[in-house]
Design a binder for this molecule. Structure first.
Ligand code: MN
Length: 205
């Protein structure tokens, strides 16, 4: 079964002024759509993999036929990363910080939400070139901040992404140009903590 581009849960202009409509539209209809098309193309001759979820593909990359392994890593990663990214944002955030078990886990690991945010921003700013900053549950069940280059998913290393921030220039350049720090700061205004808390709850079971 073919992978498909998910619909955005809000309009392209819904995240303004923090993320502009043009950026959202190109990001979704060109970049994300491109990853989906290329992932489908790569697996066209490998029907046995086409039935797997994209998370399964990324979690078993070494078993993917070598001739399409890089294509699956890049485009499967791009598909999974963006699908999560859209859900982690909302035009109507009803809270600016997490509560509950996620808040407790963040405080325990990082000292406070402010310290966590500072460390996450640092990961986003120091990722050289294109990539992502992440909050993950590591393969040894610890909460951690990490970054990945290109479209690499934390799943490649057996980590579970809780949420991620896209720091490719395509995610911010039209509005923020080279000012990645400003984009990262403003992005917190549209984070969907409700969704992320729920996801965290499911991941830790
Ligand atoms: Mn992107």
């Amino acid at each position: 079964m073919a992978y498909t581009l998910p619909k955005l849960p809000y309009a392209y202009n819904a995240l303004e002024p923090y993320i502009d409509a043009k950026t959202m539209e190109i990001h979704h209809t060109k970049h994300h759509a491109g990853y989906v098309t290329k992932l489908n193309n790569a697996l066209q001759k490998h029907a046995e993999w086409h039935d797997k979820s994209v998370e399964e593909l990324l979690g078993h990359l070494s078993q993917i036929p070598e001739e399409v392994r890089s294509a699956v890593r890049n485009n499967g990663g791009g598909h999974a990363n963006h699908t999560l990214f859209w859900q982690c944002m909302t035009p109507f955030p009803i809270k600016s910080v997490p509560n509950g078990s996620l808040a407790a886990a963040i405080d325990k690991e990082f000292g406070s939400f402010e310290q966590f945010q500072k460390a996450f921003n640092q990961a986003a700013l120091t990722q050289f070139g294109s990539g992502w900053a992440w909050l993950i549950i590591t393969s040894s069940h610890e909460l951690a901040i990490t970054s990945t280059p290109n479209q690499d998913s934390p799943l490649l290393k057996g980590h579970q992404p809780i949420f991620g921030l896209d720091v490719w220039e395509h995610a911010y350049y039209l509005h923020y140009q080279n000012r990645r720090a400003e984009y990262v700061d403003q992005w917190w205004n549209v984070v969907n903590w409700e969704f992320i808390e729920e996801r965290f709850g499911k991941l830790i079971g």
